[in-house]
Design a protein around this ligand. Sequence first.
Ligand SMILES: CC(=O)[C@@H](O)[C@H](O)COP(=O)(O)O
Length: 256
Amino acid sequence: MLKIGDFQFHSRLLLGTGKYPDFDVQKQAVEVSETEVLTFAVRRMNIFDPVQPNFLEKIDLQKYRFLPNTAGAKNAEEAVRIAKLADASGLCDMIKVEVIGCDKTLLPDPVETLRATEMLLEEGFTVLPYTSDDVVLARKLEELGAHAIMPGASPIGSGQGIINPLNLKFIIEQADVPVIVDAGIGSPCDAAYAMELGADGVLLNTAVSGAKDPVKMAEAMKLAIEAGRLGYEAGRIGRKQYAAASSPKEGISVVE
Ligand SMILES: CC(=O)[C@@H](O)[C@H](O)COP(=O)(O)O
């Protein structure tokens, strides 16, 4: 079970809703992924305009928890404003703090992310900050009271996978709240790797929505996250420099 604040989930996959070829493919991908948490950028979703087509019309709203993000915010005050807008829409169970500090890399602004997290916690939100893979910043976010920490694997939409597994491992080891690896996942092996490192979940979007077959990829991601988690729980073997025979001869009398 993945526990974030007051919520509990069977699925450890948090799925983004942007950039699908069309709403029908998106609906199928969401269903096949078995995700229980959908995330979307408040600025992109037509939550207040009933005339505009909206993906949310296609799905059973009761089946999901919503994690809107504050994409577009350049500072903490803007993030809080966007979060309140999301809250007013009724589609905000938790809020993902996303304060981008660099337009080229879309990496988060650490100072404003910290401030926004503090302000939103004071407002009573369940807060999941998207952060870089900075170990100290992750600890500070947790100390503030963040309900989960979401370090990036690599830049949003880059599909580069996990660039710094060591930092992710450090963040996971020190955290007492869930660690959700967010952004940059390119393929199922990246998602499985994140889970094998001990992550509690994975948030991804582009790897599914941009795949040649988003529905198949959604299923692949689901399976990869399950496999990675199982592998983590099973405990992998240690790495050795040299070979160790799979069928040891010790203790067996061999007739030559
Ligand atoms: C949808 C969302 O929240 C994205 O900002 C998120 O970070 C996913 O990134 P990828 O598209 O790289 O999976």
